[in-house]
Write a protein that binds this ligand. Structure first.
Ligand code: HEM
Length: 356
C-alpha cells in the first residue's frame, strides 16, 4: 500500500512542478516580452510562405561567410528604418520629385550600400517563391534578427505582417529621430523615451555596437581635444587611425575586444573607458544607466534577454498593417499607381487562398 501511494504521488508531484514552471514562464513573459502589435503575428506566413525564414537565413549564411561585416550593416538598417516613421521600409525608398529620400539624410549616408543589395536579393527570392506577399519591412526585420543570431547573439521569433509605407521622411524628420553620436546620456534617454523605450531598453539597444564599424568623423570630436573620459591608450590608437584633418575618413571597429561577435564585450569596453561615441561612453558615466551597463558587462544572459525585449519593441514601432500601405514589388520604389498596387494585392490574396 505504502509503495503504491508513493508511486501515485510521483505524477502528482510532476504536474505540480510543471504547473509551477508554466506559471514562472508566464510571469516572466508578462514582465518583459512586449505585446505583439495589432496586425502582426508570429505565424503570419506559416501557410502562405512557410519557407520564408529559411530563404532569409540560408542567403545570409552565404553573405556573411563572404563578409561578416554585413551583419552590422543590416542590423543598423533596421534601427534606422524603425526610428524614422516606424518600421515601414521607408529608408529603402529612393528620393523622388517630392524631394531627396531618407538615404540622403546625414545619419543614413554611412549605411552600407551592400545592405540594400542584400535586402533586394532576398526580397526577389521570396517573391519568386511565394508571390508578392512579403513586405520589404518584414525582410529588413528578419535580416536584422539573423544578423544578430549569425554573429553569436540571441535568437527570437519576429512578429511578421508589416506592410511597406508609401512615403519617406524628410531630411529634418530623419535628423530629428536618429540621435547623433555626440549626444550625451540625458539626450539619448529622452530621445528614446519618446519612442517608449526606457533606460534598460536604451542601454540594451546601444549594445548593438558590439559589432560593426564606425567612421572617424563620428568620434574625432572626442580626440581633438581629447575627451577626459577616454582611456589614454585607446585614444592614442584612435588618433593613429584618425589623424587630425585627414583627407580620408577612416574606419575602426566599434568593439575593440570582439569586433565581429555579438556578445556583451561592448559593456566591458565602456567600463574600461573604451567606448567610441559620447552616446556610448556616457551610459557608463551617467548614474541612471551606469548600473545597467555593469549588470550587462557581468551577465551576458541578462544582456541578451533585455536586448531581445528591446528589439521586439523597436521592431514593432508604428508598423503599417492590414490594408494600409502596400507590399512593394521593388524595395526602393513605391508601387506606381493604383492599378499596380491592386494587382499586387490580388496576387497576394490569390496566393494565400491557394495555400490554404
Ligand atoms: C542610441 C543611439 C545610437 C547612436 C547615437 C548611434 C550612432 C551610430 C553611429 C554614429 C554609427 C557609426 C556610423 C559610421 O560612422 O559609419 C553607428 C554604427 C552602428 N550602429 Fe548605432 N547608434 C545608436 C543606436 C543603435 C541601435 C539601436 C542599433 C541597433 C539595434 C545600432 C546599430 C549599429 C550598428 C550595428 C552599427 C555598425 C554599422 C556598420 O558596421 O555598418 N545603433 N551607430
Amino acid at each position: 500500500m505504502a509503495s503504491n501511494r508513493s508511486s501515485d504521488s510521483i505524477p502528482f508531484l510532476c504536474s505540480c512542478l510543471l504547473l509551477l514552471l508554466l506559471s514562472c514562464l508566464s510571469v516572466s513573459e508578462a514582465q518583459g516580452t512586449p505585446a505583439i502589435a495589432k496586425g502582426l503575428s508570429l505565424t503570419f506566413f506559416d501557410t502562405s510562405c512557410p519557407k520564408l525564414e529559411s530563404i532569409v537565413r540560408k542567403q545570409l549564411e552565404k553573405d556573411f561567410k563572404a563578409d561578416i561585416g554585413q551583419a552590422a550593416g543590416l542590423l543598423r538598417l533596421h534601427f534606422h528604418d524603425c526610428f524614422v516613421q516606424g518600421c515601414d521600409a521607408s529608408v529603402l525608398l529612393d528620393g523622388s520629385a517630392s524631394g531627396p529620400g531618407e538615404q540622403d539624410a546625414p545619419p543614413n549616408l554611412s549605411l552600407r550600400a551592400k545592405a540594400f543589395e542584400i535586402i533586394d536579393n532576398i526580397h526577389r527570392q521570396v517573391h519568386k517563391r511565394c508571390g508578392a506577399i512579403v513586405s520589404c519591412a518584414d525582410i529588413v526585420a528578419l535580416t536584422a534578427r539573423d544578423a544578430i543570431v549569425l554573429s553569436g547573439g540571441p535568437d527570437y521569433k519576429v512578429p511578421l505582417g508589416r506592410r511597406d509605407g508609401q512615403t519617406f521622411a524628410t531630411r529634418n524628420a530623419t535628423l530629428a529621430n536618429l540621435p547623433p553620436p555626440f549626444a550625451n546620456a540625458s539626450s539619448i534617454l529622452s530621445s528614446l523615451a519618446k519612442k517608449k523605450l526606457d533606460a534598460t531598453d536604451t542601454v540594451a539597444l546601444s549594445g548593438a555596437h558590439t559589432i560593426g564599424k564606425a567612421h572617424c568623423s563620428s568620434f574625432t570630436s572626442r580626440l581633438y581635444p581629447q575627451d577626459a573620459t577616454m582611456d589614454q591608450t585607446f585614444a592614442k590608437d584612435l588618433k593613429n587611425i584618425c589623424p587630425q584633418n585627414a583627407s580620408v575618413d577612416g574606419t575602426t571597429d566599434q568593439d575593440i575586444r570582439t569586433p565581429n561577435v555579438f556578445d556583451n564585450k561592448y559593456y566591458v569596453d565602456l567600463m574600461n573607458r573604451q567606448g567610441l561615441f559620447t552616446s556610448d561612453q556616457d551610459l557608463y558615466t551617467d548614474s541612471r544607466t551606469r548600473g545597467i551597463v555593469t549588470s550587462f558587462a557581468v551577465n551576458q544572459t541578462l544582456f541578451f534577454e533585455k536586448f531581445v525585449i528591446a528589439m521586439l519593441k523597436m521592431g514593432q514601432m508604428d508598423v503599417v498593417t492590414g490594408t494600409n500601405g502596400e507590399i512593394r514589388a521593388n524595395c526602393s520604389a513605391r508601387n506606381s499607381g493604383s492599378t499596380l498596387l491592386s494587382s499586387v494585392v490580388d496576387v497576394a490574396e490569390e496566393f494565400e487562398l491557394s495555400n490554404l
